[in-house]
Design a protein around this ligand. Sequence first.
Ligand code: HEM
Length: 446
Amino acid sequence: MMKLPSGEMGLPWIGETVEFYKAQRSNQLFDSFFQPRIKKHGNIFKTKLMGSPTVVVNGAAANKFFMSNEFKLVVSSWPTSSVELMGKNSIMEKQGDSHRCLRGIITSTLNVSGLTAMVPRMCSSIHNHLQKNWQDKEEISLYRSTKMLTFTIVLECLFGIGIEPETLFGVFERVLEGVLSPPVNIPGTKFGRAKKARSEIEKKLVGEIRRKREAMEGGRDEEDGLLLSKLVAALIRGEITEDEVVDNVVLLVFAAHDTTSYAITMTFKMLANHPDSYSLLLKEHEDIAKNKRPGEALTFEDVKKMEYTWQVARETMRLNPPIFGSFRKATTDIEFEGFTIPRGWKVLWTTYGTHYDETYFPDPMSFNPSRFADPIQSYAFIPFGGGPRLCAGYQLAKLNILVLVHYVVTRYNWSLVYPDERILMDPLPFPSKGMPIKISPKSHHN
Ligand code: HEM
């Protein structure tokens, strides 16, 4: 006998979608949507979202089961508008060998030698960004600044794309705005605008890809070890198509951009509100800076010393995960913990379900970075997901957060303008006022 998890399916067709969206917009998904249902029905409950019967799963065992059974019992499942805007050839839509092939190319730029080469490049992108956007300013929007910066870093340090970041930023933003809006392609809708922006990007990228291909085939372009060269090399070898290159560039910018900038913004917010943690963190960076000449770039070895900073960043992402969870689709009837999840139903894993559970994180709502000094149970801390779809850019995000924190705290005194600024979601979380901060340069850098 099939036993479905308990829970409510809400209204016909729309189910509990309205409650879900309402909670999401005000960044209350845990308090207003997940927690009351977990209390009533347990860690595994059913609901209906956006027309699909969905089982929400929480807890380390469930995370492990559903994440590691990707491709076997479930496959990731994105809304139509995301697929149309990212493209059908992006890694999110791939399975099996073609997934492995693309993932291999992406992660090969983020191995030890890739990261070692990336650190000085990232230092230079960050230095230039601060010179251009922070110099002589008394107040800046930390969120807007880090968005532009993470975008620049993806283009310059991950891909090695020679197009001026400023000329692409606005167009990419327009694509992202349509990613979770209804897929109605008529002028004037968010989705319509996003589609148009996507074709603009496509044109520019195709030009860049063909130039690179010609140069590489003519033996003129040195292998720079960056992702665009690696993708074009795979294109020349016939392993992937031009469409695949374009779709994955768009997807990676999307995956990297708002997530990392939100993590950075919230790291500063947590530091501002926890001065003891800030003192410890500052000491870590001053110790590293002491051994550097003025203006000398960091090395990968320096970044490895930023252990406490990484504890702060992880604790920040535990409390403020940039991605609240992700949908899967059951490709077969699934038995889990005595329940059946019928084939075709969606499964939603959530970060909150373990991040806010005292079983895994005692006193879960308090900010305590040093809890990460001890090993954490696997599949309990999941801001980057897990299993075959574990975030492919995890190392880049980590480097970006650590290196930027280093530059800001060693060069600037800073404080939040609004210590209690609200966080909203659309669909990713963001500070409602762009998190303005007051800044003044530290004297030894004048
Ligand atoms: C703090 C920053 C970031 C967070 C919190 C984050 C989070 C995540 C999560 C939760 C997933 C899994 C989604 C799922 O299971 O459905 C994921 C996948 C992915 N992320 Fe990230 N991400 C971050 C930064 C980045 C960056 C910088 C890149 C780009 C280089 C990136 C590229 C990817 C890719 C390509 C995937 C898909 C992997 C696959 O399907 O095999 N992410 N990320």
